[in-house]
Design a protein around this ligand. Sequence first.
Ligand code: NAP
Length: 241
Amino acid sequence: MSFSLDGKTALVTGANTGIGQAIAVAMGAAGARVICAGRSSCAQTVELIADARELTLDFADPMAARDAFSDEPIDILVNNAGIIRRGDSVDFTEADWDDVMDVNLKAVFFTCQAFARAVLARNGSGKIVNIASLLSFQGGIRVPSYTAAKHGVAGLTKILTNEWAAKGINVNAIAPGYIETNNTEALRADPERNKAILERIPAGRWGDAKDIAGTAVFLSSPAADYIHGAVLNVDGGWLAR
Ligand code: NAP
């Protein structure tokens, strides 16, 4: 059994900041060559990794990754890129629905598809880690398209497992709890929401992006070879309440 990613190549989407950056750096520390993909420059992340390069991928086009896996064998895909739009459901706009669905769900499916096509074409094996959310299990507040998309990510993780587990591809997801990143800035800036959230987290603190990174490395490693279709919550105990 091994937790090492030596000799593996990993592609991480949204690797310029937040959870994606922490995952990319941890993958590198575990021995992987890392392709840091994003719509913004990932130069800062690349500098933190021994063997890494940048790739521009903007999921405003959900099919953006269609050719991302054809140049070299890629063993690990982390679908991390995501956006959130907040608004009451009675006022929610079609644009806030479509933008979130495109990046958080449609792009995840078609990036998984492009990855799997490349792995299957070379009779190889691979690991997919999708970044889901507590809102893959719960309703959330004022984030209808985000909740729908993240429930969808959990569902995709399971259907793709059913299709690809026997073909050498592990598909799993991580459901992060409340993590200090740009994504949650608005919540932390609202003293009432911040207090209510903190009071419910058994660990008594917001999560750090690094708290998610170790789980992503584990799910990408040989130690997780028999883990298929899991949506693993890393949430300071939130869902245990
Ligand atoms: P973040 O700091 O806002 O990072 C989001 C990443 O996604 C950024 O790299 C962003 O790039 C990228 N991205 C957004 N739209 C994109 C597009 N059209 N094409 C390519 N990349 C795009 O937030 P984060 O918290 O690290 O989020 C990472 C993932 O974790 C997301 O899927 C999020 O839903 C999930 N998550 C976060 C939390 C939390 O508490 N923070 C909890 C559960 C799940 P730019 O910097 O260029 O915008």
